[in-house]
Design a protein around this ligand. Structure first.
Ligand code: MRU
Length: 347
């Protein structure tokens, strides 16, 4: 399989280089973020997206802030870097990985004794976050592939693949690892209205790897499950709290349908996506622009003046989840949060 490098740091230009995911599958273009403001725009426009990739973007973003803040006096420098890094962390509210990635680097910066040291350590820590993401995805793939039977057809929603991580993917990482281990696996990708991450991105990256993928409208999932066309559901996550999995809107619907048809519903996510301190009622679900729903291909599809709701994520109660696969193994609800917190520290 040909590696996709979704996000990387470029030493020559001291910038973050991203695949522009708004342009796929029409064209493959990379964008270069040399400033914190440009990175925030890239995050808000979903040029870079997907929880683990946002974690890496947050980490490199904090390093970018450390490298670009112009201030000679050290304590003042730290304050300015922190303000810029916090702005990155708040660019999108739901995926916990973004603020986690920022925080990983900020805590290194705060322990340094000079501007030069802060710049050096921040980039080092950001590289570590990026490398850990790759390792986690491959470990998730290895653990998760044991859940996938040979000859399976797997339904997935949104894009939890290489494009949502530094590479390989979480949900699609499981599929890639299962195929690498010799199993035959086919994928049903829900198109994922309104921004079509399933149709545009999941289908693009699986086709590139010659993995059999069929795109369906989101609303076709239930009847396909009923007719026996799906063996299990595997999705990613943006945040996992004590009581729920937050993922792309529509995930909850698939979980209910999977339960109604006695199909396993699996979630794949690195430990950086677990949020041990919040309950689901405290989590802000990002509400995106009206036009994403009210226009299609440049044409209005909703009469002017009619209100639209556009929540980007939903919360699936843990009771509907058969297992969560992280880099430390397969966790079956009820989750052992003490063990997760312990492993999270060690890894
Ligand atoms: O709005 P997006 O495209 O950032 O939403 C992404 C998702 O919901 C993914 O399923 C999730 O981040 C898991 S990615 C491994």
């Amino acid at each position: 399989m040909k590696a996709i490098e979704t996000i990387r740091w470029d030493d020559d230009t001291s910038s973050i280089v991203l695949i522009d995911q708004t342009m796929l599958p029409l064209s493959y273009r990379v964008v270069r973020c040399r400033t914190v403001d440009r990175l925030i725009t890239a995050i808000r426009r979903l040029e870079v997206r997907g929880a683990p990739a946002l974690g890496v973007a947050g980490a490199y973003g904090a390093a970018l802030a450390a490298g670009t803040v112009k201030e000679k006096e050290f304590p003042r420098y730290l304050e300015k870097v922190e303000t810029a890094a916090r702005a990155i962390a708040h660019a999108r509210p739901t995926a916990v990985n973004l603020s986690w990635g920022v925080q990983r680097v900020l805590s290194r910066i705060n322990r340094s004794g000079s501007i030069a040291e802060a710049r050096l350590l921040s980039l080092k820590e950001a590289h570590r976050v990026a490398e850990e993401d790759s390792r986690s995805c491959h470990a998730i793939g290895d653990h998760g592939s044991t859940l996938i039977a040979d000859g399976s057809t797997v339904l997935t929603h949104c894009n939890a693949g290489a494009l949502a991580c530094r590479e390989w993917g979480t949900a699609l990482g499981i599929i890639r690892s299962a195929i690498e281990s010799g199993k035959e696996v086919k994928v049903i990708a829900c198109e994922t209205r309104p921004l079509l991450q399933g149709a545009r991105l999941t289908a693009w990256e699986l086709k590139r790897d010659n993995i059999g993928v069929t795109v369906i409208p989101d609303s076709a999932a239930a009847s396909l499950m009923r007719s026996g066309g799906i063996d299990c559901v595997v999705v990613g996550a943006d945040r996992i709290t004590h009581d729920a999995v937050f993922n792309k809107v529509g995930t909850y619907m698939h979980a209910i349908c999977a339960r109604a048809h006695s199909l396993p519903f699996y979630v794949a996510a690195p430990l950086s996506t677990f949020d041990p301190v919040h309950g689901s009622s405290e989590i802000v679900i990002e509400e995106r622009d009206r036009d994403e729903v009210a226009f299609y291909g440049g044409h209005a599809t909703v009469p002017e003046g009619v209100p639209v709701r556009n929540p980007a994520f939903d919360a699936t109660p843990l009771e509907l989840v058969s297992a969560i696969v992280s880099e430390s193994g397969v966790h079956r609800p009820p989750l052992d949060w003490d063990e997760i917190a312990r492993t999270r520290r060690v890894i």
